[in-house]
Design a protein around this ligand. Structure first.
Ligand code: PGA
Length: 255
């Protein structure tokens, strides 16, 4: 068994929330992430594209990194409404979430499209956060590990430096529902993801950070972050306020 020993990553996902009036909140969060915490865990906030540049400016002398929530696969062109990986990186994104279940569901994004997005984000200089996760029906049918294996194989691109890849396990039924996968369920899936990554990338597969996402909050963060092969969290609702987000970062810095 390969045991990972990765630096943590706590990434907030604001989804389609946030106006410029909240830049003060982002600056405040940057000030709350101490040098000490930052030695133990990386911290990122993935904001809407409209806030990328100003959030990156507001946090540039801090340990808080800014991320985007999606990117187009093309570098430029006639794709009304989209932003390319180069554009979001140019605006200050150090990470790009790709393949979030909301995009897989609403925009019918396939594993191969997600892999392409991850690949262009990587090439543009951002670390991709590649989301995978089963639905409730799939879990109830006992298909979780098969679904995860297929998504992992199809959504993770080939890259030279696998340590820049991040995989987020987000059971769809736990996102925004208040339901959290229990530590046994999380441990089982994370172990299977690690195994798949090591089979694919060799020792470098142990360096891919695997995050858990789905109703992570102050009350459950410590317990989840203690699970083997959980290298951090992708945090939606609880990242919307600093009161909700900071305790999760603190839990990761302790883990
Ligand atoms: P949640 O969202 O923490 O609100 O469940 C997580 C996510 O969708 O990334």
């Amino acid at each position: 068994m390969v045991v990972s020993n990765n630096k943590g990553l706590i990434a907030g996902n604001w989804k389609m929330n946030g106006l410029r009036s909240q830049l003060d909140q982002i600056s405040e969060l940057a000030g709350l992430v101490t040098v000490d915490m930052a030695q133990k865990t990386d911290v990122a906030l993935c904001v809407p594209d409209t806030l990328l540049f100003s959030a990156a400016e507001a946090t540039k002398n801090s340990a808080l990194k800014i991320g985007a929530q999606d990117c187009h696969v093309a570098a430029s062109g006639a794709y009304t409404g989209d932003s390319s990986a180069q554009m979001v990186v140019d605006a200050g994104a150090a990470y790009v979430i790709v393949g979030h279940s909301e995009r897989r569901d609403v925009y019918k994004e396939s594993d191969s499209l997600v892999a392409e997005k991850a690949s262009v984000a990587y090439a543009a200089g951002a670390d991709p956060i590649i989301c995978i996760g089963e639905s409730l029906a799939q879990r109830e049918a006992g298909e979780t590990l098969d679904v995860i294996a297929v998504q992992l194989a199809g959504s993770v691109p080939d890259v030279d430096d696998a340590s820049r890849l991040v995989v987020a396990y987000e059971p769809i039924w736990a996102i925004g529902t208040g339901l959290t996968a229990n530590v046994e369920q999380i441990g089982e899936v994370h172990a299977s993801i690690r195994k798949g990554l090591v089979e694919r990338f060799g020792d470098a597969g142990a360096k891919v950070r695997i995050l858990y996402g789905g109703s992570m909050k102050a009350a459950n963060a410590e317990e989840i972050l203690a699970v083997q092969d959980v290298d951090g969290g992708l945090v939606g609702g609880a990242s919307l306020t600093n009161e909700g987000f900071l305790p999760i970062i603190q839990a990761a810095a302790k883990a």
